[in-house]
Ligand binder design. Structure first.
Ligand code: NAP
Length: 259
């Protein structure tokens, strides 16, 4: 049993749907006060309303994590509404596919701006409020793609997700004296709108590549984030938790066929 997160102020970026919404819902169900952030206000408000109707404390804010003014406004809003910031979940991310040769500089910049620079801007904006608390938690949603694996079309995405881990490790050192831990979760294939867009065939073939024989749920990821945000995880920093049903383990296709 972990120490209660009741009354903790939590920011979750990319919370209008998918993994972020799952993280926001789980924290709210544990009594935390959650600010849900994404660009589409309508969708973010309806995610927050869903959480409130389940008894949670949640509100929405439209902000683009790749924009410095937006991230400053996000930190100010959480402080205003919830009296400070305790936990920051840098989860917003995009994964458009483009193969080398077809990928443009603009494609590259867009993915790196949201996934990597967005993580940096979110953390930077929240730092003064986290430091004012005397302790804090930062949890970044990276991916197995980039840090561990590769997939055609996602060289920019993989670079952004591996880059997040480089950021996490140095941030963890710099923020240790402030009692702020910085860790990352590395989801495998999690059934979200973003993944459903890739089509039934992608999902069928990906399921076959996962030893547990299923894609992950948003709750699978959210529980790992919750643990890293807990008081009990105070001595863990600069680390990663892979949440993938064993997807990165088989050394060949044969290992799966022999199951
Ligand atoms: P999703 O269903 O497409 O949701 C993405 C969320 O991010 C939405 O709320 C979206 O809302 C928000 N977002 C996108 N760009 C943003 C921006 N510039 N500023 C603020 N919010 C932004 O994606 P998901 O599958 O839940 O993925 C969430 C995170 O998990 C991403 O970082 C992704 O790389 C990572 N991940 C996912 C999987 C998976 O299998 N699903 C696997 C590994 C890692 P708006 O569009 O309204 O802004």
């Amino acid at each position: 049993m972990l120490t209660s997160l009741s009354e903790r102020s939590v920011i979750v970026t990319g919370a209008s749907k998918g993994i972020g919404k799952g993280i926001a819902s789980l924290f709210a169900s544990k009594g935390a006060k959650v600010l849900l952030v994404a660009r589409d206000l309508g969708q973010t408000e309806s995610a927050a309303a869903e959480i409130r109707s389940a008894g949670g404390i949640a509100s929405a804010l439209a902000a683009d994590v790749s924009n410095v003014e937006d991230t400053m406004r996000m930190a100010a809003t959480a402080t205003e509404r919830h009296g400070g910031i305790d936990i920051v979940c840098c989860n917003a991310g995009i994964f458009p596919a483009a193969r080398l040769g077809a990928m443009t500089g603009a494609d590259w910049d867009q993915v790196l701006d949201v996934n990597l620079k967005g993580t940096f801007l979110t953390v930077t904006a929240c730092l003064p409020a986290l430091k004012a608390r005397g302790k804090g938690r930062i949890i970044v949603t990276s991916s197995i793609t980039g840090p561990i694996t590769g997939y055609p079309g996602w060289s920019h995405y993989g670079a952004s997700k591996a880059g997040q881990l480089g950021f996490v490790r140095t941030a963890a050192i710099e923020l240790a004296p402030s009692n702020i831990t910085v860790n990352a979760v590395l989801p495998g294939n999690i059934l979200t709108d973003g993944i459903k867009i890739l089509g039934d065939e992608y999902i069928r073939r990906m399921t076959a590549a996962i030893p547990q024989g299923r894609l992950g749920s948003v709750e699978d990821v959210a529980y790992a984030v919750l643990f890293l945000a807990s008081d009990e995880a105070a001595f863990i920093s600069g680390q990663t938790i892979v949440v993938d049903g064993g997807q990165v383990l088989p050394e060949s296709q044969m290992a799966l066929e022999d199951l």
